[in-house]
Design a binder for this molecule. Structure first.
Ligand SMILES: [Zn+2]
Length: 227
């Protein structure tokens, strides 16, 4: 099992840290020589780690610290992510349970072989490393025998609840959900650049959409049981 942690920073914060054993993210380079999208995790053949496109992925929201307007922004961003990828991230309910360090990695109680649903919530600024305002932590495994593709099985997404940070809330949602789907950072991306500002886009850009489409393409993936 490997985990990837992606952090959105303001200004100069380095915002993507991948497990040491991972390979460099694949990218798509434009004529200007700058990547328009990258994948957070890639397989030996360069294809991206993906969510199984053949089943819906339940999402549980912890709204306890959500600032006004963010729940609506999140639902809008989830709909845009589904549209861009063809994947199905479905809100299955809410929780007020304070996530622990292991949330999103352990099977839910009473369901030892099912992966926990994706958890999305808001945290105080003190939760984040210096300069970051969002964090996505994903868990993935190999699907099938050795050499098989990597498949995402669970994730946690947190946004900074402090609305005074100088970043577009709508862009922040799209950015972290891009990580959730499997995108890495790209400097020439509209949304997945690591240093978003107060006036960011409210839709994915062409490079983002190309990467997101690739993450939703391909056959069904076998999801190993949890536990
Ligand atoms: Zn990021």
């Amino acid at each position: 099992m490997r985990r990837v942690r992606t952090l959105l920073g303001i200004a100069v914060a380095l915002a993507l840290t991948v497990a040491a054993a991972s390979r460099p993210a694949q990218d798509s380079t434009t004529r200007s020589g700058r990547a328009s999208y990258t994948f957070a995790v890639t397989n030996p053949d360069g294809s991206p780690a993906r969510w199984d496109p053949c089943t819906p992925h339940p999402v549980i929201i912890d709204p306890s610290l959500a600032p006004p307007g963010d729940l609506h922004r999140l639902r809008t961003a989830l709909a845009e992510l589904d549209s861009a990828t063809g994947l199905r991230f479905r809100v299955a309910g809410t929780t007020t349970r304070v996530p622990t360090a292991d949330s999103g990695r352990r099977p839910p109680p009473g369901s030892p072989h099912r992966w926990p649903p994706i958890l999305i919530g808001w945290r105080p600024s003190s939760f984040f490393a210096g300069g970051e305002v969002g964090e996505t932590t994903s868990t993935w495994l190999r699907s099938g025998p050795p050499g098989g593709p990597q498949v995402y099985v669970s994730a946690r997404v947190f946004f900074d609840a402090n609305t005074s940070v100088p970043v577009s809330r709508a862009t922040l949602m799209l950015h972290e959900l891009g990580h959730l789907a499997g995108l890495g950072h790209a400097n020439s991306s509209a949304v997945m650049r690591p240093d978003l500002g107060p006036a960011g886009p409210t839709r994915y850009g062409p490079g983002d959409l190309t990467g997101l489409r690739a993450l939703g393409r391909g056959g069904c993936l076998a999801v190993p049981p949890a536990g």
